[in-house]
Design a protein. Structure first.
Length: 286
């Protein structure tokens, strides 16, 4: 499900206008929350950690947009070599390694239980640590890894608040959060991009001028002339009458027809311009 979540957000990962910091925040909120649901109570074995490392490395490649030859060659890499490439992706995105995330969740949960002496989980967690059960040893190693002896931490009165524990965990991370990007540093704002935008704007302006000129020439070609319906066609197809001065008729389509009560004349709309039928039978633009 977590991998499907990452794939469903491909449009966000490919958008260069979205900062890398925001992408990392979305990844941790949407993907990690699914992949590591209830992870603070897990007792993962080595094959579980291997699957989680592979998930993090493959999904961070999608988030970072990197899929190069040297990364394809490391698809089956293991051990320190695999960890090095994954840690490099973590440094680029500001996402902590999966081992660090699991440790932080276990420590945060244990610290939460220590603050609630009236709950059963408080006594159960302390009992596991003192009896050195597999999970108790794992929690003890987690506290030692962040520089907090668990034996002394359990007996603190009062227990540290949640935000204090979280700040200590963040300070001990091997990767640091990415700094906030300035607007001037956003992708897509290079000189080449500005030049391309200027060229596109100039082309649009020229096309608009050409279209307006063609419309003006067309209006001039049918204004002041007599009109007639084109034979054997629907009523909206018209053309100018042939004459010695204008032997070639101009065909056009009438968009709408109306009667002006003020002038008492029939009006026709062609290309957004209203024409009135004059007393001599010709049509003139309003």
């Amino acid at each position: 499900m977590a991998r499907a979540t990452v794939q469903a957000l491909r449009g966000i990962w490919r958008d260069r206008d979205i900062s890398r910091k925001l992408k990392a925040t979305l990844y941790q909120s949407l993907a990690n929350s699914v992949a590591l649901y209830n992870a603070e109570t897990w007792h993962p074995r080595e094959h579980d950690l291997k699957a989680l490392r592979w998930f993090q490395r493959s999904t961070l490649k999608t988030v970072e947009g990197e899929k190069r030859a040297w990364q394809y060659a490391q698809e089956e890499a293991e051990g320190a070599e695999e960890y090095a490439s994954r840690l490099d992706l973590c440094n680029k995105t500001g996402v902590p390694p999966i081992e660090t995330i699991l440790r932080e969740r276990r420590v945060a949960w244990a610290a939460h239980t220590f603050r609630n002496p009236n709950e059963a989980c408080h006594h159960l967690t302390k009992q596991e640590i003192r009896k050195s059960t597999p999970r108790g040893r794992m929690v003890k190693e987690d506290f030692e890894a962040i520089g907090l002896p668990v034996d002394g931490f359990m007996d603190l009165k009062p227990q540290p608040a949640a935000h204090v524990v979280k700040a200590h965990l963040v300070a001990k991370r091997p990767t640091k959060p990415l700094p906030k990007q300035q607007k001037t540093d956003r992708r897509g704002k290079t000189k080449a991009c500005k030049a391309r935008t200027a060229r596109q704007s100039e082309n649009i302006r020229k096309q608009k001028e050409e279209a307006e000129q063609k419309q003006a020439e067309f209006i001039a070609s049918i204004s002041g002339r007599r009109w007639e319906r084109v034979p054997n066609t629907t009523g909206s197809a018209w053309q100018t009458e042939k004459s010695d001065a204008d032997p070639d008729p101009v065909m056009f389509q009438i968009d709408a027809e109306d009667f002006c009560e003020n002038s008492g004349r029939t009006e026709y709309r062609v290309c957004g311009i209203w024409f009135q039928k004059m007393s001599d039978g010709t049509y003139a633009a309003r």
